[in-house]
Design a protein around this ligand. Structure first.
Ligand SMILES: Cc1cc2nc3c(=O)[nH]c(=O)nc-3n(C[C@H](O)[C@H](O)[C@H](O)COP(=O)(O)OP(=O)(O)OC[C@H]3O[C@@H](n4cnc5c(N)ncnc54)[C@H](O)[C@@H]3O)c2cc1C
Length: 391
């Protein structure tokens, strides 16, 4: 077959794969196990690892679901550089000798499917790699299905019904977070405009798929790939790289109080209320993504302290798992939920009982935050002497 296997581009930090890499491998494993059974095939899950001193993580990729790992180890790949990484990943994807190490097929031309992480580096890399490979990309995906689909389309099939076998249906939440779009990357079968689009590729939202249980008995093939570099591409050099630690401390706090667009009726007052509640229970303050875009006018001190990307909870921001998570004026879009669903106990404050947040919380307080939060603070202050006495 011309197109075979599912390639997963692995991200890692300080010698460890980042969680979404293991999640992608887990989903790839599930999909390809179903695929191989259904089509009596033997196509592989192939992890692609770039870096310097990365041989050590290759076995781990197999323990977490890969059949094969192709790794490129070079000082030139020590720090991520989009242009260099793009070209090396594209080289690996098109290399028939590499594929022959884990597959007997003589016809291989390029991967059938490809996964990237939908985080900052992955979003950029996925688009440039797919441009280099001249195929399409569906970004920020949270559900995947492989199906045979009958498609009738003016441009793609010249209006005739055509069955596209083994098509990756890629589901993407829309901007509201409550509706889904299915994205297909289809070859042109229109005789007037024949053209193939493979790999069918997507970037995957961190936190939505479960990794496989680590299985140290799994065996696989590890391929050491020697990339070639164009000296022109190496002109930009990374002299040092330092991870900047966020000043927003979600790790050591036991509670998080988050607010969203429900602040809209009195933004300044409501943000101050949420912050006051957070202080009362020694919590950190979080926000939904739209709040970081500063949608409402508030004072500079409130805006710069709270309406900032660093406080965003969700797929575009931070993942938190405090003992207590309070969501005031947040509707519960899946991108937000992915960032807080592992919290211990969740309280939602919202006047709308139909809000999806109701299904995600342990306690739903029906009401407006400007009414509920002052009452909560008053109650907490009244209880404080009793609580102090119990210590
Ligand atoms: C690629 C992509 C990535 C994204 N990443 C993220 C992410 O990481 N994090 C994230 O949060 N979002 C993310 N989003 C956006 C997400 O889809 C939602 O649009 C967003 O989470 C909604 O924010 P919200 O709940 O604050 O606002 P809304 O959906 O507008 O909800 C406001 C809620 O406030 C309630 N309310 C109204 N008045 C009051 C009141 N007086 N008191 C209390 N409640 C009140 C309403 O009933 C409503 O439920 C992303 C979207 C896309 C497309």
């Amino acid at each position: 077959m011309k197109y075979e296997h599912l390639y997963v581009v692995v991200e890692h930090e300080e010698g460890k794969p980042v969680p979404v890499s293991l999640e992608m491998l887990g989903e790839a494993r599930r999909l390809m196990d179903g695929y191989n059974k259904r089509y009596s095939a033997d196509e592989k899950v192939v992890a692609v690892v770039l870096g310097h001193g990365v041989r050590g993580i290759c076995e781990e990729m197999i323990h977490y679901g890969a059949d094969a790992v192709v790794y490129a180890d070079s000082p030139e790949l020590k720090h991520p550089r989009n242009l260099v990484d793009t070209k090396v990943i594209a080289q690996i994807a098109l290399d028939k000798a590499v594929a022959s190490r884990f597959s007997k097929s003589a016809d291989f031309q390029r991967p059938r499917y490809m996964f990237f992480a939908a985080d900052s580096p992955g979003r950029q890399l996925s688009s440039t790699v797919m441009a280099q490979l001249d195929s399409g990309l569906a970004s920020d995906i949270n559900k995947l299905v492989i199906e045979d689909l009958e498609i009738k389309h003016e441009h793609k099939t010249k209006g005739q019904p055509v069955v596209y076998e083994r098509t990756l249906e890629m589901y993407r939440p829309d901007f509201s977070g409550f509706l889904w779009t299915t994205i297909l990357c289809l070859d042109n079968r229109n005789p007037l405009n024949l053209r193939d689009y493979h790999p069918q590729a997507c970037s995957i939202i961190p936190g939505v798929f479960a990794p496989m249980e680590r299985d140290a008995s799994r065996k696989g093939v590890i391929v050491d790939y020697a990339p070639t570099f164009d000296p022109q591409d190496l002109k930009v050099r990374v002299l040092s790289r330092k991870a900047v630690k966020s000043a927003v401390d979600y790790d050591s706090k036991k509670a998080v109080v988050s607010f969203g667009r429900g602040i809209k009726d009195a933004p300044e007052q409501n943000i101050r209320l949420a912050a006051e509640l957070a202080r009362e229970i020694d919590a950190e303050v979080g926000v939904s993504l739209p709040i970081s875009k500063k949608p409402y006018p508030v004072s500079e001190s409130v805006s710069s302290a709270y309406m900032v990307p660093d406080r965003v909870i969700g797929t575009s921001g931070r993942k938190v798992m405090p003992l207590l998570y309070m969501a005031a004026g947040i509707s519960g879009a899946m991108q937000h939920i992915a960032g807080m669903k592992e919290s211990g106990f969740v309280i939602a404050i919202n006047p709308d009982e139909d809000s999806p947040m109701k299904d995600e919380c342990d306690l739903f307080i029906k009401g407006r935050m400007e009414d509920v939060i002052p009452a909560l603070i008053e109650e907490l202050r009244a209880l404080r002497p009793t609580l102090e006495a119990r210590k």
